[in-house]
Write a protein that binds this ligand. Structure first.
Ligand code: SF4
Length: 249
């Protein structure tokens, strides 16, 4: 694995497995109970889109990598105008681009994504999407301010219709959620036409942040490991960030 690091005044970009994470740069309004950005260690407090893009363009001009992963500190389409504007710029850098979202994708956003996808295809690069779904019936409790899973599945179908490859990110897998909800996600994802599924663990810090909604008697039965996380938008002054990872990893 090749690892390279470049630091700027505020944002850390890092190549890992030929991929670089690019932050949205503003707090996410969805407030999922497991969200690791709420602790402040991962996401930036708020930074102008232009600043993120300028810093990233400088990085991309001097570093080899293949894929841009847009949006790990927030949801790029919680505010679609910002997400689309940033994506348009990222799409011009000659790299594959992947974004992940739970937002409702309205027609203007889909039209803009289709346009970006067309340009990227002409330039020999690929735009792909991850739609995150962590539970089904429990979403109204676990993700009360986030568009419901059924709405996200509509997004999967719509993205496929405009020719964008779509994977469902089942992350985090939640240990107290009945298997039936995960079976439902699989069924609905296939019906929506997704290209596949990726799975991800549940993160917590040493204070148990982000896992307090999981019954402790269930949490303590789940295998976990302690790792320094690789994703952080902060300068290395604030690293390392150590997370407990439930499930695997
Ligand atoms: S959508 Fe993602 S970034 Fe936003 S609150 Fe939920 S987990 Fe956090």
């Amino acid at each position: 694995m090749t690892r390279k690091k470049t630091m700027t005044a505020r944002i850390l970009f890092k190549v890992e497995k030929e991929r670089v994470l690019v932050p949205v740069g503003e707090p996410c309004p969805f407030g999922c109970k497991y969200c690791y950005t709420r602790g402040g260690e991962v996401g930036l407090a708020k930074i102008k889109a232009e600043e993120v893009l300028l810093q990233f363009q400088n990085f991309a001009g001097t570093t080899a990598f293949e894929t841009i992963q847009f949006g790990y500190d927030g949801d790029p389409f919680a505010r679609p105008e910002r997400g689309i504007a940033m994506l348009r710029r990222l799409a011009t850098l000659g790299k594959n681009v992947n974004f992940s979202t739970k937002a409702s994708l309205e027609v203007p956003t889909l039209n803009a994504l289709a346009d970006i996808q067309r340009h990227m295809e002409e330039n020999g690069t690929t735009l792909s999407a991850l739609i995150s779904v962590s539970c089904w019936d429990s979403a109204s409790f676990v993700e009360p301010h986030t568009p419901p899973p059924v709405e996200r599945m509509r997004g999967v179908t719509a993205l496929k219709r405009i020719g964008i490859p779509v994977f469902i990110a089942v992350r985090p897998i939640l240990p107290h959620i009945p298997d039936a909800e995960y079976e439902r996600i699989a069924t609905e994802g296939i019906l929506a036409g997704c290209d596949g599924f990726i799975l991800g663990p549940l993160y917590a810090d040493d204070r148990g942040q982000f896992v307090r909604f999981v019954p402790p008697e269930i949490l303590k039965t789940v295998p976990s490991s302690k790792n320094v996380v690789s994703w952080s938008a902060h300068s290395p002054l604030n690293l390392p960030i150590i997370c407990r990872c439930y499930g695997y990893g």
